[in-house]
Ligand binder design. Structure first.
Ligand SMILES: Nc1ncnc2c1ncn2[C@@H]1O[C@H](COP(=O)(O)OP(=O)(O)O)[C@@H](O)[C@H]1O
Ligand SMILES: [Mg+2]
Length: 462
């Protein structure tokens, strides 16, 4: 394959930049389920290449090669395969070898006009506010993470405006956290609060596989006009193809990298990684992979770290500064299944996790974060000694309060039985009140620590 490409490019040396030097013509052989088999593509195409299928009604349908069987390419469409039949022509533009390398994989020209917009994974606006401006450097959608050695260190701690997180999972610029929760526990609301309140330059929000109604509610109610103004929202709803849902994650990461490379502090919010993995599963199974781990083919667990690793500190720039992508990836945990493979994989890759629980939401405490089960690996390094001891003390009180809460409610606890429990019964509810926050309320990191200090100091003097 390499040899034939080489000879082709050496024959036609004078071709101007990035103009195809010819076209490869193939045909759809058969279609089953979500994929089609195509002849005439082997030798010049590889997995990940995009081809065009001419549908019976004359439409051009973009498809991607996901596998080869013998000499036949297996393709999936970005749209539906409806209107495509056996015998439909398939076209792949041929480029010179060296240009092909530059063009390998899909690219988008992301630019500043994406700010404040809702965009689909192919870069088309979805908000009816007119076209986004053309231009900008082509940004690779499936880029590799920066080399570990060239990456800057984590930045200073970042104020996310949410008390429970600022205090108990203090986060640094460039850190990547997982947000684990079932549906309806308050994920979208929390992500909206973070998008509006976090002290960052730009928020990039990727909504993967949500229903159209949920997307609208998120943008209008949770994010709001003020949040949207400094955000790029990339959306693929649940009714789009698996390729589109996968690309919603990649396009968002590329947009985040575009702003990071300007030296900006970017907040990336992805809802949800589970739906991204489900899209990868559909693609992998159609390509003929075995369903290895609870229906997920092995490629999912190879692809996932490469996506998540793209967030984090950027490479050091010439001016000695580096942009940062601070990221929060949501994971759907249905029925409290901690052995669920995606939960397991994501938890292992990221630098911390935030756990939201239905029982807490049911009790009316929002955001429904279980701070005792949540952890940020950059704490205690980013806080002062005094702040760390405040947090240790608060955690200990909350843990004891958790233990005795039920006894107290049943009236089975006798005041004075255990001095630690007495303190917890007194202070525990006050601390729970402290980390409760209305969705339109913003509390700075310093104010949150000041309030915590006040609660614990008063307790010390009693
Ligand atoms: N901070 C909050 N304050 C008050 N109510 C909240 C808060 N967060 C979530 N809720 C309630 O929980 C419901 C579900 O939240 P949502 O963010 O849509 O959950 P998810 O995205 O996890 O499905 C909301 O309709 C709202 O009533
Ligand atoms: Mg939601």
């Amino acid at each position: 394959m390499g040899e034939s490409l080489y000879s082709l490019s050496s024959i036609i040396k004078t071709t101007p930049n990035t103009v195809p030097i010819g076209k490869l013509h193939g045909k759809v052989l058969d279609i089953s389920g979500l994929s089609a088999t195509v002849s005439g593509m082997h030798g010049f195409t590889g997995v990940g290449d995009r081809v065009t299928i001419k549908a019976l009604d004359g439409r051009d349908i973009t498809a991607e090669i996901v596998a080869f069987r013998s000499n036949y390419a297996v393709v999936m469409a970005y749209d539906s395969l409806e209107g495509i039949g056996a015998g439909c022509p398939v076209i792949f533009p041929l480029y010179k070898k060296e240009e092909r390398e530059q063009l390998a994989g899909a690219t988008l020209r992301i630019n500043d006009s994406w700010l404040g917009r809702v965009i689909d994974p192919t870069g088309q606006p979805m908000d009816g506010k007119g076209p986004v401006l053309p231009g900008g450097k082509p940004q690779k959608l499936h880029a590799s993470p920066p080399q570990a050695a060239s990456r800057a260190r984590l930045g200073p701690r970042i104020d996310v405006g949410v008390k429970a997180m600022n205090l108990f999972t203090t986060c640094r610029q460039g850190q990547r956290l997982g947000l684990f929760a079932g549906s309806g526990v308050g994920k979208s609301t929390l992500l909206g609060m973070l998008a509006r309140n976090t002290a960052c330059d730009i928020a990039v929000i990727s909504l993967v596989g949500e229903r159209g109604r949920e997307v609208r509610e998120f943008i209008e109610d949770d994010l709001g006009a003020e949040g949207l103004a400094r955000s790029v929202v990339v959306v693929a709803t649940s009714d789009t193809s698996a390729l589109m849902r996968r690309e919603a994650a990649y396009t968002a990461l590329s947009a985040a990298e575009y702003f990071r490379d300007q030296g900006k502090s970017v907040l990336l919010l992805m809802d949800s990684v589970t739906r991204f993995c489900q899209a990868l599963r559909e693609i992998g199974l159609s390509a003929g992979e075995p369903p290895a781990t609870r229906g997920f083919p092995p490629s999912v667990f190879a692809t996932l770290p490469r996506l998540l690793e793209r967030a984090g500190p950027g490479p050091m720039r010439e001016d000695g500064k580096a942009g940062q992508i601070t990221a929060l990836f949501s994971v759907l945990v249905e029925g409290d299944d901690q052995n669920e493979p995606i939960t397991d994989a994501v938890r292992g890759i990221l630098d911390g996790h935030i756990i939201m629980e239905r029982e807490i939401a049911d009790s009316g405490r929002y955001p429904a974060i279980n701070v005792l089960k949540s952890l940020s690996r950059s704490v205690p390094g980013c806080n002062s000694d005094e702040e760390n001891s405040l947090i240790r003390e608060a955690r200990a009180i909350l843990a004891t309060w958790d233990d005795v809460k039920d006894l107290v409610r049943l009236g089975a606890y006798k005041q004075g039985a255990d001095p630690k429990a007495d303190v917890a019964i007194h202070i525990g509810p006050v601390l729970e009140e402290l980390i409760t926050q209305r969705k339109n309320e913003k509390v700075s990191l310093d104010d949150a620590f000041a309030h915590l200090r006040q609660i614990l100091r008063v307790q010390d003097h009693n």
